[in-house]
Design a protein around this ligand. Structure first.
Ligand SMILES: [Zn+2]
Length: 152
């Protein structure tokens, strides 16, 4: 079978209004206004985890519901604790540049002599045309191509 894998960065937005109604639905006693930045990001993550496919659509940029101006503003907090997510809290009332996420494809090589490891950006290179920068030993590809998500 020839299955196609498309690695795409999906931007999921949970607006303050969506957070408020989700908070109301949870029926918590605390006032929404008292939630900390960290609690708001955790709440957004939970809302997305519990969302139906239809609800998820209302959070996706480029699907007709959410627009880019809803993520333009100043980033006031971020959460990098889960490697599968990058979560930002953006204050749209403040000036700021939207963050950019790039996917970098890297090739991991190691020296058969000394074990020195390195990454290169040219994934099509023949490793036998390169030498270990430490001792000139023979380089081999380590495992498969590594996909690394870099944030600028
Ligand atoms: Zn070496």
């Amino acid at each position: 079978m020839k299955n196609v894998l498309i690695n795409k960065i999906v931007e999921i937005v949970v607006t303050e209004n969506q957070l408020r109604s989700f908070w109301k639905k949870l029926g918590e006693d605390l006032e929404f206004e008292t939630l900390s930045n960290e609690q708001l990001m955790t709440l957004a993550k939970r809302e997305i985890e519990e969302a139906s496919l239809l609800e998820l659509d209302s959070h996706l940029i480029d699907r007709g519901w959410r627009s880019r101006d809803e993520i333009e503003g100043k980033m006031i907090a971020e959460d990098n604790s889960d490697p599968r997510f990058h979560i930002e809290l953006i204050d749209t009332a403040k000036e700021g540049t939207p963050s950019k996420i790039l996917i970098d494809r890297m090739l991991e090589l190691h020296c058969e002599n000394c074990g020195f490891g390195l990454y290169i950006q040219d994934c099509d290179i023949d490793p036998s045309t390169l030498k270990c920068p430490k001792d000139g030993g023979k380089l081999s590809i380590t495992g498969n191509n590594t996909k690394k998500i870099n944030r600028n």
